[in-house]
Design a protein around this ligand. Structure first.
Ligand code: ZN
Length: 287
């Protein structure tokens, strides 16, 4: 992405007051930078005969398909202006709460929550495509295989590996929480967060259970009072625990998205705003 464009977009996120002309220009530039070969093609038929309409949409001269600059992308999932998007992305990258973001952007509280969730989904699914599940497909009206397991109805288990600065978190689709709890390994439970000592080629297995289930598990006294390998200071787990403390309550099915958001903040090798805008400008994968 062009640095000059990025500078303007960041500024727009701060000002939250760009005019319709700038909004149109920025939308077009974001749209155009998805076409690395420099030629804009119709989303439906790939024809190059695409022209821009006065209302910021595009129309294909061949198949007449009409679409917006962000149709099919993560940015297109929220029906808000680009200015509002930039402002909320700034709030998100600055780690503001949803309430603070409402004050900053003037966008309603439910919309801020929805936009923050879209950002988390984009981060998580870009890193771990297995998190793309049926419920997201339904929300988008995408075709999806019926009967495919929704994460909402089970507790996913993740494998965590840390190599000095870089960390890797993968979803282990074959492992259920019950199986994790049966492993002959030390297991720590802190609130709803459950993680193990080093296990096979993972530095830890990781899962999160809702408060009601967490209380049930406590009665079974499965957990160690000591520490495990990933508890060492300076690692990801202490950062994850500290970050989770910021939230009053996390719904179990949303935990995977918070997990990858926190991983993204932990690995702050590039400016977050830049990384996330580039992720959000990509097409949402099909299920
Ligand atoms: Zn077309």
């Amino acid at each position: 992405m062009e640095t000059e464009l990025l500078r303007c977009l960041k500024k727009a996120g701060l000002d939250a007051g760009i005019g319709p002309e700038e909004e149109k220009e920025f939308s077009h530039e974001l749209y155009a930078c998805r076409y690395t070969e420099g030629v804009i093609r119709c989303l439906a038929c790939k024809s190059e005969k695409v022209y821009q309409l006065a209302d910021m949409r595009y129309r294909c001269g061949r198949c007449k398909y009409t679409y917006g600059a962000f149709t099919g992308t993560w940015l297109g999932l929220a029906r808000i202006s680009l200015t509002a998007w930039l402002s909320l992305l700034r709030a998100f990258t600055d780690n503001l709460t949803a309430r603070q973001a409402v004050q900053l952007s003037g966008v309603s509280f439910p919309t801020v929550l929805r936009v923050f969730h879209i950002i988390r989904q984009a981060i998580a699914i870009t890193e771990e495509p297995l998190l793309m599940d049926g419920s997201l497909a339904r929300a988008k009206n995408l075709p999806h295989k019926s009967g495919k397991d929704d994460l909402a109805i089970r507790v996913p288990v993740f494998g965590l590996t840390e190599h000095s600065q870089a960390i890797e978190i993968i979803l282990l689709p074959e492992m259920e929480i019950a199986e994790l709890l049966r492993q002959p390994v030390r297991i720590v439970k802190k609130g709803g967060l459950i993680y193990t000592d080093a296990f096979m080629y993972h530095d830890a297995l990781l899962a999160y259970v809702a408060a009601s289930e967490a209380n049930e598990l406590d009665k079974q006294a499965l957990f160690t009072r000591g520490t495990v390998y990933v508890d060492r200071s300076g690692g990801f787990i202490p950062f994850l625990r500290q970050s989770l403390n910021k939230y009053h309550r996390i719904e179990q099915e949303k935990f995977p998205f918070y997990l990858y958001e926190i991983k993204c903040r932990y690995q702050n090798n590039n400016p977050l705003f830049e990384r996330l805008l580039s992720v959000l400008n990509r097409p949402v994968p099909e299920v």
